[in-house]
Design a protein around this ligand. Structure first.
Ligand code: NDP
Ligand code: PYC
Length: 339
């Protein structure tokens, strides 16, 4: 597959993504919410959750799994909880619809959680985290996926690639944000290696006989591995529990069974927790936010980088020069409009 890159204006990328999603049959709300996420990821050079994901969205719709026009229903009746039933639509519109209540409750009670249920989920979590830090809140989000990942010490998939993301608002800088899969790499990374015909690093996955593999196809047929051995494994289990049974939604294994071999986006829940430092700290807000800045300075002053720094640099670069897209991917995306 050609790795040649083209740089396309941000607005063109948004229009292309929206057109593809509308042509696939998604409602305007879903198309806008999805386009915003995948274009942001492409802009920030997070390619595993960028424009390429549109192909998966189109397949998820064409296989009749997702409701492309689902209207999320919000229940904000409990004090610190917002429940959003995505009604088997994609997750991003449900997040957008529930966000004002999540922020309002966090401002009021100091802490609030949003449970999104019955959603097809394929996106990076940091765009959601950034929307919460923009409101001055600390944020934590997590979600299961499909059971592709073996627990540490085992060889059979139980967990999803289960991302966890955290954000801390900073008065004079981009927020501190990290967002990573609890597998050694996101499945999207392995898929991109497969598409490019490249080997994957050892330690990411085992083949179906339980042997280490650098072959992306064999890795996808076998089992992925957790990051950090038992530590990633325990975090992954926590995510299954927090965004599964705690919110009465599917685990990654249940999502895989629900898929019935269609091979489309996972369907499950997501939990997002927001904390308002103003409520925790009151008059101590400024002083304590300064202490956080001291910690960031202790990291960066020795040449270490903060998570998301690479992403923010890519954003600054690409907002003016256009966002990088592989020529072959661009052609593949445009061809979905012709079919
Ligand atoms: P990466 O391993 O690429 O990066 C994870 C995080 O670590 C990023 O915040 C990154 O910041 C930071 N980071 C990387 N290198 C360094 C470094 N040297 N020093 C400090 N920080 C660093 O992510 P993954 O492949 O694990 O995940 C990619 C994406 O996949 C995530 O956005 C995640 O949400 C998504 N995902 C979604 C799933 C879903 O079910 N919806 C499932 C699994 C993953 P930076 O970006 O600046 O490099
Ligand atoms: O890259 O692991 C992944 C993933 C799963 C669901 C969406 N992305």
């Amino acid at each position: 597959m050609s790795q040649d890159l083209e740089y396309i204006p941000l607005e063109d990328a948004k229009c292309l993504a929206t057109d593809i999603l509308l042509a696939a049959g998604l409602s305007e709300g879903h198309a806008e919410a999805i386009a915003k996420s995948v274009v942001s990821a492409q802009r920030d050079e997070c390619f595993s959750h960028g424009l390429w994901r549109l192909l998966g969205c189109v397949a998820t719709v064409s296989k009749g799994k997702v409701d492309p026009k689902a209207v999320p229903a919000i229940d904000a009746s409990a004090p610190g909880i917002v429940k959003v039933d995505a009604k088997f639509g994609f997750s991003l519109l449900a997040f957008r619809e529930g966000l004002p209540d999540l922020i309002g409750k966090a401002n009021r009670f100091g802490i609030a959680a949003m449970a999104i249920n019955h959603c097809y989920h394929f996106s990076a979590l940091w765009p959601e985290i950034e929307e919460i830090t923009e409101a001055g809140l600390v944020a934590l989000a997590m979600t299961p996926s499909h059971s592709w990942v073996a627990p540490a010490g085992g060889k059979k998939p139980v967990f999803g690639t289960n991302p966890i993301a955290f954000g801390w608002p900073r008065p004079a800088s981009n927020p501190f944000v990290f967002d990573f899969a609890t597998s050694a790499a996101a499945r999207g990374e392995i898929e991109l290696h497969r598409r490019a015909g490249k080997p994957i690093p050892l330690g990411w996955a085992i083949d179906s006989d339980g042997n280490d593999t650098a072959d992306a196809t064999k890795a996808m047929e076998g089992a992925m591995l957790t990051f950090g051995g038992h530590k990633g494994s325990a975090l992954s289990a926590m995510i299954e529990l927090m965004a599964g049974p705690l919110i009465a939604d599917m685990t990654s294994a249940e999502s895989m069974a629900f898929d019935e071999g269609a091979g489309v986006a996972p369907c499950h829940g997501e939990i997002i927790i927001a904390l308002d430092p103003k409520v925790f700290l009151g008059s101590g807000m400024e002083q304590n936010m300064r202490r956080a800045e001291d910690m960031f300075a202790a990291i960066t002053s020795q040449g270490a980088r903060l998570p998301s720094q690479r992403r923010y640099e890519a954003r600054a670069r690409n907002e003016s020069r256009g966002i990088p897209v592989q020529t072959s991917l661009l052609e593949e995306l445009k061809s979905t409009l012709a079919s």
